[in-house]
Design a protein around this ligand. Sequence first.
Ligand SMILES: [Zn+2]
Length: 288
Amino acid sequence: MQPPELLSTASPVFWYEMPELPEVETVANGVHDRVHGQTIERVWTSGKPQTFKSPEAEIAEALTGARIDRVRRVGKTIVVSLGGKRANSEFLVHLGMTGRLLVSAPAVEVPKHTHAILTLSGGNELRFVDARRFGRLSVRVSEEEAYGGPGIEPLTIGEEEFIALFRGRKTPIKAALLNQSLLHGVGNIYADESLFRAGIRPRKQAGRLTRKQLLKLREALKLVLAHAIELGGSSVSDYVDADGVRGFFQLEHRVYMRTGEPCLVCGSPIKKIVVGGRSTHYCAVCQN
Ligand SMILES: [Zn+2]
């Protein structure tokens, strides 16, 4: 889905974009701080089939009476490690496009499109709200190993590992960055922003990038992701942190959604093309 045109880039808060690594990390940390150590006393689910990747009865059975030991991010998935009677199980929350996790007092009105409510021993409720229903809830048994996701974590990937990921790949580097089985958690915003900072054209074949370019890209990617996490995730339309407060649009996007505006480095207008079905923004002078 293409975002609607914005009135101004100063207030880009109303378009649909998937939450990316920094937003998911912010939500996971926010939820962890508010709920870890608490026991899930009751579980209510909405019965909407798309939302539940595991059968609802299985989710309710796994969660009821379990203690929340830890909430963390793996790729773009929020992983809730369960303890107590359900040690070795994990509750996985994927926010999809518009999913939100809210920690609310029971007295706070339940928002429209709420699909799960976990009543916690501390007195609050953990609610999953998702208007467009691309989000997914599931449970898994983690006896063997904790959930690791399909790809590699971009914040901690080593130089050689990063270079090896793209070797021989004929796809454009932008598409390779979005491929969740390579690196997980990178989406449209941070792919465009890191390619700009690394000076690499989005359509450039991944396998043709030099070692030097790939190292620069790795650095740029880590930098933009870490910066966005520090700022609490840059804002997307339905991204709301664990308190229900909108994330702040603080990361200064240099190319993303700045089509036609002057490049902040060289002044030439930012271009928009489509790569791998996604709108892609770049500077034709600074990136080659
Ligand atoms: Zn430029």
